[in-house]
Design a binder for this molecule. Sequence first.
Ligand code: GDP
Ligand code: MG
Length: 197
Amino acid sequence: MFVSNFKIVIIGESMVGKTSILLRYIKGKFIKVGERTINTNCFKKTISINNMTFEINIWDTAGEEKYHAMAPIFYRGADGAVITFDFTRRETFERAQKWFEELNQFSENNPKIILVGNKHDLDNKVVTGDEARELAEKYKAIFLSVSALTGENINEIFTSLTYEIYHNKTKKNKSKNKNIKIVDENNNNNNDKKCSC
Ligand code: GDP
Ligand code: MG
C-alpha cells in the first residue's frame, strides 16, 4: 500500500471545539469533556480518496492556545491547518484572522488551510456563513460549517483538506517536473512529521 504522509494542525481559540472535532473524526462519536480518557494530542488516520491512500497526522493543542504560546514544533512541517471558530462566540471568529497570520508567520510550508465554524447545531449563532466565507477567501482557504455534536461535515474537513494538500503538492512537483513523492508505509522516511502517537 502506498501512502503519503501529511501533517495537519488544528488551531483556534480555547473552547471552540477543536478536541471535540478531532475525537468525533477519530472515534466517530461526540465525547464530552468529562468523559475523555484519551491523553494524546496527536492522532493518526489513514484515509482513501479516489483510490489513493493517505496517512494524516493531526496535531491538537494541549491548552496552550489560551496563552498564545504555541511551540514552534507544533507548526513545523505542517502541510495543512484547520482554523476553528465557534458560531456562537463572535470573538472566536474575530480572532480567526490572528490564527491565519500566526500560521503564515510560523509555518514554512505554506500549508493549505480550511476555516471551520463549529457548533452549527446551536440556534444562537452570531456569525454568518457569508462573512466566514469572505474571511476564508481572503486567505485562499476553504470554509465549512460543522458540528462535532451531530457530526455534520466532520469527515469533509479532513478529506477536503487532504485532497487540497495532495493537489497542491502535485501541482508544485509538476512545475518542477517531478511526480508527487509517494513514500512506502513500511519505509517511511518522513519521520520528522510523525507525532509520537
Ligand atoms: P477546545 O478547547 O477547542 O478543544 O474545545 P473542546 O473540544 O474541549 O469543547 C469545548 C466545549 O464545547 C465543550 O463543552 C464541548 O462539549 C462543546 N462543544 C464542542 N463541539 C460542539 C458542537 O459541535 N456543538 C455543541 N453544542 N457543543 C460543542
Ligand atoms: Mg482541546
